[in-house]
Design a protein around this ligand. Structure first.
Ligand code: NI
Length: 173
């Protein structure tokens, strides 16, 4: 197992579309383990493969119940697809690829997702609230979409300016 480096916005590689997974082999199981370790180490609520520079449709999410410790349950979804979305909620989101920003995003309140597990078995889950938000956020990553794309233009522009300034300072020091 290994902790993988996480790409940071505005890295252009976060904008690529990930490919469906067709081979359920040792390499995939190993990527799953590394992604779990990377997410828990961060720590984060979810992680998508393109964030660790692998353009594959696999995500991991913290699936612990509210009364359980963080990370006591992690769920892997391969080739996840939202097949139903209902309701609306506004939730404060952050992202391991977007440093120092939390912002409110409007999402569906409930989603049904079809996916495969690491062995290629199909399953369907329906989630509400926080878990529904995490699923939508991570599935977005597979299509090169970041939560900053879903916040107001003003917040996005201010944030981008701040990041570029910070990167310049880091380069000059
Ligand atoms: Ni994210």
């Amino acid at each position: 197992m290994a902790i993988l480096p996480i790409l940071k916005y505005p890295d252009a590689r976060l904008r690529n579309i990930s490919s469906p997974i067709v081979t359920f082999d040792e390499a995939l199981a190993s990527l799953d383990q590394d992604m779990r370790e990377t997410m828990l180490n961060a720590p984060g609520s979810g992680l998508a493969a393109p964030q660790v520079n692998r353009l594959l449709r696999i995500i991991v999410i913290d699936d612990s119940a509210p009364d359980e410790d963080y990370g006591s349950r992690v769920l892997t979804l391969v080739n996840p697809k939202i097949v139903n979305a209902a309701g609306e909620l506004v939730y404060r989101e952050g992202c391991l690829s977007v440093l120092d920003l939390q912002a409110e995003v409007r999402r569906a309140e409930e989603v049904t997702v079809e996916a495969q597990d690491i062995a290629g078995q199909n399953f369907t889950i329906t989630a509400k609230g926080r878990k529904a938000v995490i699923l939508q956020h991570e599935i977005d990553h597979l299509d090169g979409v970041l939560f900053v794309d879903r916040v107001s233009r003003l917040i996005k522009d201010m944030y981008l300016k701040k990041r570029r300034k910070f990167q310049k300072q880091a380069q000059n020091s």
